[in-house]
Design a protein around this ligand. Structure first.
Ligand SMILES: [Mn+2]
Length: 313
């Protein structure tokens, strides 16, 4: 377990393009450390998505240059050092760095690495708070609960364990509005996003006898509906949820000839393997990477790599 004795000032980091688990785990830990009297700054090299602005401490997350010196750097939910964005070099140089994460592909880039294969980083932070005897309050419970529901798909995905439910059961003892959270995160959708989904479905492609489905989101599609790249979350589910599809691919153009690629698979198909070919990582059934190239070439390369996982020689 990690040791925070003597720490007066801590900088916390989470990954670029943060999701509910990233912000929930960083802010949950940050608030708990603050309660203990530690001065905490939370950093993320991306803006907080509007959808997650209701998270405690969300409006205090910093994205500028580091605010002086810290006794410790702690990264949370960040599977590799590159996902720290512009904070990577400073993080790697810090003599007292801690890496807390639930991704099994984590590259152990810190001086101390606490990697545990749990449903979410929030579930891991819940364990950390217990082990360090740090107090939980309503805000911390909300932050951690949001991350748990995000990363387990509302406790429906294979990564959900009895331990996840036990942690969630502890968290909902606090005053948190679980109905509001599910409405915000799983039900409500903006008209613009729904229209983007319509276009994604219209242009969906199929490969390998309909076992691979592909959604491509070009930047002009985002522009048309005034959406940001971080607002495409969940669209990949339309690809993987189709009967008979084994791998769903969602490619989003992040800059000219640069793409963020997400992969999802059905049970028994390992897309982390595909992601690692392209220098990315993730979980067996949910992985991702960044890739450069011309649109059609990139699709061909990804589909080929996916086919190899479906039909190994
Ligand atoms: Mn996570």
């Amino acid at each position: 377990m990690i040791n925070l004795n003597g720490i007066k000032r801590a900088a916390l980091f989470t990954h670029i393009r943060p999701d509910g688990d990233a912000l929930g785990s960083m802010n949950g830990l940050g608030l708990a450390l603050k309660k203990k009297g530690i001065e905490v700054d939370c950093y993320c090299d991306s803006e907080v998505p509007a959808l997650l602005s209701f998270l405690p401490n969300a409006n205090n997350v910093l994205s500028g240059t580091l605010n002086g010196n810290y006794d410790v750097f702690i990264s949370i939910d960040c599977a590799d050092e590159y996902r720290l964005g512009k904070y990577k070099d400073a993080f790697l140089k810090h003599p007292n760095s801690i890496n807390i994460d639930h991704h099994v592909t984590n590259t152990n880039y810190a001086k101390t690495n606490l990697i545990k294969n749990l449903s979410s980083s929030c579930e891991l932070i819940f364990e950390v708070l217990k082990a360090l005897q740090l107090e939980i309050d309503d805000e911390i419970a909300l932050a951690l609960y949001v991350g748990m529901v995000t990363d387990t798909g509302h406790f429906t995905q294979a990564n959900t364990t009895s331990g996840s439910h036990i942690a969630a059961a502890e968290l909902i003892k606090y005053n948190i509005d679980i109905e509001y959270i599910s409405q915000k995160l799983f039900k409500e959708i903006s008209k613009d996003k729904l229209m983007l989904i319509k276009d994604c479905i219209t242009s969906m492609r199929f490969f390998s006898k309909d076992r691979i489905s592909f959604i491509g989101i070009k930047s002009d599609m985002l522009k048309q509906y005034n959406l940001e790249i971080n607002e495409t979350e969940g669209i990949i589910n339309y690809a993987i949820n189709i009967s008979g599809v084994l791998i769903g691919i969602c490619l989003t153009e992040s800059a000219k000839n640069a793409y963020k690629v997400s992969l999802r698979s059905k049970k028994g198909v390992n897309v982390a393997e595909v992601a690692s070919i392209f220098g990315g990582g993730g979980h067996v059934q949910a992985a991702g990477f960044m890739v450069n190239g011309c649109f059609e070439d990139v699709i061909e390369r990804i589909v080929k790599a996916c086919e190899k996982v479906i039909d190994p020689l």
